[in-house]
Design a protein around this ligand. Sequence first.
Ligand SMILES: Cc1cc2nc3c(=O)[nH]c(=O)nc-3n(C[C@H](O)[C@H](O)[C@H](O)COP(=O)(O)OP(=O)(O)OC[C@H]3O[C@@H](n4cnc5c(N)ncnc54)[C@H](O)[C@@H]3O)c2cc1C
Length: 344
Amino acid sequence: MRSCEVLIVGGGPAGSSAARHLKRAGADVLVLDREQFPRLKLCAGWITPEVVRELEMDLDAYPHRLLTFPRLKVHYGRLSFPVPCVQHSIRRFEFDAWLLERSGAPVEQHNVREIVADGDGFIVDGRYRCRYLVGAGGTRCPVYRTLFKEANPRAHELQIVTLEHEIEYRWEDPDCHLWFCDEGLPGYSWYVPKESGWLNVGIGGFAERIKSAGQDIKTHWAHFTDKLGAELTRGAHYDPTGYSYYLRGRVDVVRRDNAFITGDAAGLASRDLGEGIGPAIRSGLRAAAAILDGEPYQLEDVTGMSVASIARSMLTRAAHPFGPYGRRRAADGGAADGLRHGNQ
Ligand SMILES: Cc1cc2nc3c(=O)[nH]c(=O)nc-3n(C[C@H](O)[C@H](O)[C@H](O)COP(=O)(O)OP(=O)(O)OC[C@H]3O[C@@H](n4cnc5c(N)ncnc54)[C@H](O)[C@@H]3O)c2cc1C
């Protein structure tokens, strides 16, 4: 049996952030992930300045594709307006692998199935023994399922259904566009350019509300991509994949004995925009601090709304109207290799 002080289930942004913080403090930590990294992760790949700050990222030194937007283009019905604020795009398979490697923690590929309490610690699948257990396995996290599901049942009205595709495409418009409530979609659609000729397009909305309106996500997708094809993505072909996750609801219990729950496993994505990378990172860091310093594990400062972060970024942008903001490159500025999004 492999023993460690802290076992982290899941090597996404929540798990790798917790791992890095613990490892830097000298803790004996092990990350388990069912996938081999780099792994595919369905995501628009939009990150905020808060994410950059929390991760202590040097944008110029980031070794993969990163694009900076000095504004968002927002569309609502017939209204279209720019929101001057700084945001960035990355490709998730690169970003997550980079974060996990940077954590310095050992990683094993293992699909966690069974978690059993053992004194003040846990035994996982009869193979791993730990004192502390961090659940960072995303929506289907086995730590959530075993230890937290009863205390924090997921609210069906907060379930989001999505369709997206990241394609190799020589985009011409370098701005990030968001369309809210288009054709009655209870959510929004996005066009997110990536550096070096990649583009992510997708839609997401409340599953129950789409169903009760007698609609389905595929019809919304068809409408959206027809519209894009006429304006921004002429000649593009899509083969979208769907994924479902939960927005921030009541999360009453985030720690049970020496087990912690973080990121999507706890359902922390923001209520307004479904932004989950920032909350995952922050909750991972808070869980690590609680383990190291014995601080209470609280998620009060893990905001459930993205609009506050956008407003802060607007103020910073207004104070520094000419930047520098980060990286802004042409669509064709480099190699266009990478993993194709497939089923997940
Ligand atoms: C279509 C779509 C677009 C999105 N766009 C954005 C965006 O642009 N910006 C943003 O901030 N958020 C976005 N989100 C949300 C964001 O992707 C998530 O909130 C974020 O990835 C959560 O991070 P996490 O570390 O909690 O979980 P994850 O990133 O899901 O990582 C969990 C890890 O756990 C592993 N795992 C799962 N089960 C097991 C198991 N049994 N054993 C071992 N390992 C396991 C998985 O392989 C995975 O690597 C989007 C989500 C979707 C679906």
